[in-house]
Design a binder for this molecule. Structure first.
Ligand SMILES: NC(=O)c1ccc[n+]([C@@H]2O[C@H](COP(=O)([O-])OP(=O)(O)OC[C@H]3O[C@@H](n4cnc5c(N)ncnc54)[C@H](OP(=O)(O)O)[C@@H]3O)[C@@H](O)[C@H]2O)c1
Length: 219
């Protein structure tokens, strides 16, 4: 059983990922801010750990991560708090988590990023434009490290039930995907055949998750 530390463990993808990891006999450690989420996370089979990216130091976060085998970063400001909060969570927060993983000696690091084209042909707000900029810079930061990283770029997220069917690859046309299938893909990346140091774009599609990721190994 591996211990998987989830930054954003109380979020929508985070909770779905906790449940999926438990189904696969893995132990999720779910970092969350709101104390009221602890019971729900425990009921999912996760170990809840309180932590706030705005106040933790990298060594404080490294202590919370100690003994884990992989880190998943799926935290995000979600547009709340304007550009400053996106910069602080999706940008600086990712850099903090990367530094903490290195301090804790954890090499495996999976980042939930976003499709850079998500705003194409739309009149997007300055906040959303900044969000895409920060997400891309977070990818740049992680990709420049020597960690055993994976950057997952899902299309626009929906709350539809998981279909288990995706398209995944280094470059895909922009589309949507359910959070449930993002969680399934993350769990498969953690427990399945080892992809490393790749950027994977992800949309709803026609191929079972396992098969779709297996095909990437062959590239
Ligand atoms: N929405 C889309 O269409 C889309 C598309 C592609 C990628 N994404 C990315 O997917 C990821 C997860 O999406 P989701 O739907 O699961 O979002 P979500 O439900 O909003 O989850 C994000 C989590 O981040 C946590 N967080 C925010 N600030 C934090 C802080 N200071 N310290 C620690 N945790 C903090 C939130 O905790 P609180 O509840 O306490 O704030 C929340 O649990 C995000 O990174 C997002 O950018 C989204």
């Amino acid at each position: 059983m591996h211990r998987i530390f989830i930054v954003g463990g109380g979020g929508k993808i985070g909770r779905l990922l906790c449940a999926e990891l438990v189904r696969r006999d893995q132990q999720p450690i779910a970092m969350h801010r709101n104390p009221a989420q602890a019971d729900e996370l425990r009921a999912l089979g996760a170990i809840p750990v309180r932590g706030d990216l705005l106040t933790l130091s990298s060594s404080g976060l490294a202590e919370l991560m100690a003994g884990c085998d992989a880190v998943v970063f799926t935290a995000g400001a979600g547009g709340k708090g304007g550009e400053a909060m996106t910069n602080a969570i999706d940008g600086d927060g990712l850099e903090l988590a990367v530094a903490a993983a290195r301090e804790a000696g954890i090499r495996r690091f999976l980042l939930v990023s976003a499709f850079p084209e998500a705003g194409r042909r739309k009149l997007v707000s300055p906040t959303f434009e900044n969000y895409l900029r920060v997400k891309k810079l977070a990818d740049v930061h992680l990709a420049s490290t020597d960690l055993d990283w994976i950057i997952l770029r899902p299309g626009t997220l929906t709350d539809h039930p998981g279909s288990g069917l995706i398209d995944s690859g280094p470059a895909l046309p922009y589309s949507t995907i359910s959070r449930a299938d993002v969680a399934l893909t993350l769990a498969e990346l953690i427990t399945g055949p080892r992809l490393s140091r790749v950027i994977i774009e992800l949309t709803q599609g026609g191929t079972p998750v396992k098969e779709s990721l297996q095909a990437l190994l062959a590239h």
